[in-house]
Design a protein around this ligand. Sequence first.
Ligand code: PGA
Length: 254
Amino acid sequence: MRTPLVAGNWKMHGNRASNRALLDAVVAGIAGLKAVECTVCVPFPYLGEVAATLASTPLTWGAQNLSEHKQGAYTGEVAAPMLADFGCKFVLVGHSERRQLYGETDAVVAAKFAAALTQGLTPILCLGETLAQREAGSTEEVVFGQLEAVFSMSRKEDFKGAVVAYEPVWAIGTGRTATPEQVQEVHSFLRTGLPQDTRLLYGGSVKKENAAALFALPDVDGGLIGGASLVAGDFIAIVKAAAEAAVARPQRKG
Ligand code: PGA
C-alpha cells in the first residue's frame, strides 16, 4: 500500500516568524487526516526550529539538498549525518534547480541519493525533462536516463522506501501544469522500472485547483509542491485532496 505523500518544497523562502505561522496553520489545518503523509523540505538554517515545532505533530520535515560526502573539508556543504541529526526524514535529491543552476550531474545526483540512504534518510529523487526535450520527443529517454544514473550506484531494492518525483522543468514555477494525460504517461513508464511500493510524486505548478485531478491518476502517489506550499490555505487544500484521493481508492496496493 503506497500512502500518498505531499511534500512542500519551500525553496529559498521564509523567515523564522513566517515559518512558524505557516507551520502552525498547516498543522491545525490537516489535523486528523490519516490517509496521507505530509512533509516540508525547508532551508538548512531553519531545520532546528522546524524540527522543534513539528516534533509532536504528524508532520515530518526534510532538507532540499545534501552533500554527497559524509564529512570533511567541504566548506559550505551539509552532510547526510547532519540532516539525520536534526531528525530529517526526507531530502530532495537532484531537483532541477540544482541540476540546472548548480551544475549537478547525474553522477553527483546518484552519489547524493546513495549518501542519503546510508543515514536512513528517504531521498526524494527529482527527475524531469525540459521543454526542448519534450518537444523533441525525448521525455522518456531523459527521465529514464536520470533514473538509470542512480541505479548505477544504488540497487533497485534501495528504491523500495524511496520517493521519485517527476517534475517537468517547464512546469516548475511557471503556472503551466502538465496535463493529467502527460503525467500519467510518464508515471506509468517510470513505474515499470521501479519497485511497486516506490511512491511516485508529481511536481510542477500543483495548485489547489488542479490537485484532485492529478492525485486521482493511477500512478500518482502525491505531489511535490513549491509555490503553493508557502500559502497555508493552499497547501492544506492540496493535502486534503491527496487524502480524499487515497480514500477514494483504498484498493490501491503497493
Ligand atoms: P512549483 O515547484 O510547485 O512552484 O512549480 C515545484 C518544485 O520545484 O518542487
